[in-house]
Design a protein around this ligand. Sequence first.
Ligand code: ATP
Ligand code: MG
Length: 276
Amino acid sequence: RVNRTDFMSALDEVHPAFGVSEEELQQVIQNGIIHYDAVVDELLKSGQLFVEQVRSSTRTPLVSILLHGPPGSGKTALGASIAQASQYPFIKLISPDNMVGYSESAKVTAITKVFTDSYKSPLSVVVVDNIERLIDWTPMGARFSNAVLQTLLVLFSRRPPKGRRLLIIATSSLRPILTDLGLSETFDSEMRVPPISNLKALERVLREVELFPSGDERRRALRMLEDAGLGGSSQDQLGSKLQIGVKKLLSIIEMARQEPENVAERLAGALMGLGM
Ligand code: ATP
Ligand code: MG
């Protein structure tokens, strides 16, 4: 007779102790990657170059990069995409979302375990998502978990054992505090993920998600935004008032979709209500 425990341990034997967390990664890239601007392809391309560097160079067994940018600009999705595209045998996401309710020491243990597991694989990529939330950063009084911070500092600079290679992709919306925390020196490279700040990019997103039944409808909505002054002058992108993370934009779009009449008006209203 096979009981449940036997069955579960049999499963454990089948699955390696470490491996690719397809589900976790899929979840954060749920909405896909929209190529709304050249910068998106540049970021993916840079990520791919680091992936190749770790794969092929014996001189750099440890490479760590930081994706930073305003909230909702797409850091997590981009980091996860780069990781997933690597096709390394070990791909793991460390996310504060999966550590809700963890004590400080439970967090330290969980984070350390991911890295320790990664050292067993010849090639690994670990996405360390949202550093400020991992360390429980509180702007008020500048408090944070020093235990988690120290763990990250150690793991970010620890060379994997001989013959093992590791790519670390970290994300943060609070680039400036990382310097104060002594974390920024640990990264080999930093890449900024900007918000959407021009109507051309906005249009690409709108087209991609097929919010409007026709191109005419879409253009009408964009003209409305332009007339409202959101586009800035085409010569001077700095004059643009549009600043919105793709995450927020997608959620506004889904809200607008709920009410098919006056989609353009609702979208314009929501975008302008952001206080840009
Ligand atoms: P937060 O600051 O809250 O952590 P974030 O910067 O990590 O946010 P994501 O959580 O990655 O942002 O959200 C971006 C969302 O937009 C995801 O649902 C992703 O699938 C979608 N998306 C569409 N196109 C892109 C793109 N070009 N880059 C990144 N994300 C994109
Ligand atoms: Mg994120």
